[in-house]
Design a protein around this ligand. Structure first.
Ligand code: PEP
Length: 251
């Protein structure tokens, strides 16, 4: 099966109204003819602004997180899937390692959030990845298998059938030390084969993104991996020119 390449930007808690406007202007004229699906996930308050400015342009807008709760209620500070859909989001990242490490999101919470996102009509981009310690102890595959098994145990079939999975080794995020193309491909092949044991159809169709210090100068080599279907990009997605260079490397 040919899977479409995807390049998704995660702005984290960066940006401003002026930065959104500048990015939208720079990207709008430059994406024509690019084959990859493009997505930017700005801070939630800028989803609507960015979406308005790239409407008619082949760039989707997504959220970096959604509430686990689906119904409105007394959840101060939370933003539901339905709310980000109202703002124009079509995707939501869930289970980013920063959410897991800084905000205590467990595998079960991540699955619940993925379900909430999908129920609201969003495509969840579910992040998995191992720490440096775990990799050095030879536990990377076991850690990923456990994260994936928890997803299969707690996420709905409807959620999994549309989900994108992002492999983001924690040691590569924001460090400038990307996984090598071989390391990324090896783990992506492992993830796909682990998924195949649970759901053969999903294994073939699911887009597996690599994330962790993807830059214009390493993107093409990473994308050459047969099981690498694109990238989730942090730092290099903040500027339109580097994001576009990565998008061009994806075809
Ligand atoms: C990320 O935050 O998802 C990420 C991959 O960041 P960076 O590209 O900056 O390593």
């Amino acid at each position: 099966m040919t899977r479409r390449m995807m390049v998704a930007g995660n702005w984290k808690m960066n940006g401003s109204a002026a930065a959104v406007d500048r990015f939208a202007e720079e990207i709008s004229t430059a994406v024509d003819g690019l084959a990859a699906q493009l997505l930017i996930c700005p801070p939630a308050v800028y989803i609507e602004r960015l979406g308005r400015q790239v409407s008619g342009v082949a760039v989707a807008v997504g959220a970096q997180n959604v509430a686990a709760e689906r119904e409105p209620g007394a959840f101060t500070g939370e933003t539901s899937g339905e709310m980000v859909v109202d703002a124009g989001a079509t995707y939501a990242i869930v289970g980013h390692s920063e959410r897991r490490a800084l905000y205590g999101e467990t595998d079960q919470v991540v699955a619940t959030k993925a379900n909430a996102a999908a129920a609201a009509g969003l495509v969840p981009i579910i992040c998995v990845g191992e720490t440096l310690e775990q990799r050095e102890a030879g536990q990377a595959e076991a850690v990923l298998a456990a994260q994936l098994d928890a997803l299969f145990d707690h996420a709905d079939q409807d959620t999994l059938s549309i989900a994108v999975i992002a492999y983001e080794p924690i040691w590569a995020i924001g460090t400038g030390h990307s996984a090598t193309p071989d390391q990324a491909q090896e783990i992506h092949a492992f993830i796909r084969s682990h998924i195949r044991d649970r759901n053969a159809t999903m294994a073939e169709s699911v887009q597996l993104l690599y994330g962790g210090s993807v830059k214009p100068d390493n993107a093409a080599a990473l994308f050459a991996g047969a099981d690498v279907d694109g990238a989730l990009v942090g730092g290099a997605s903040l500027k339109a020119d580097s994001f576009l260079d990565i998008a061009r490397a994806a075809g």
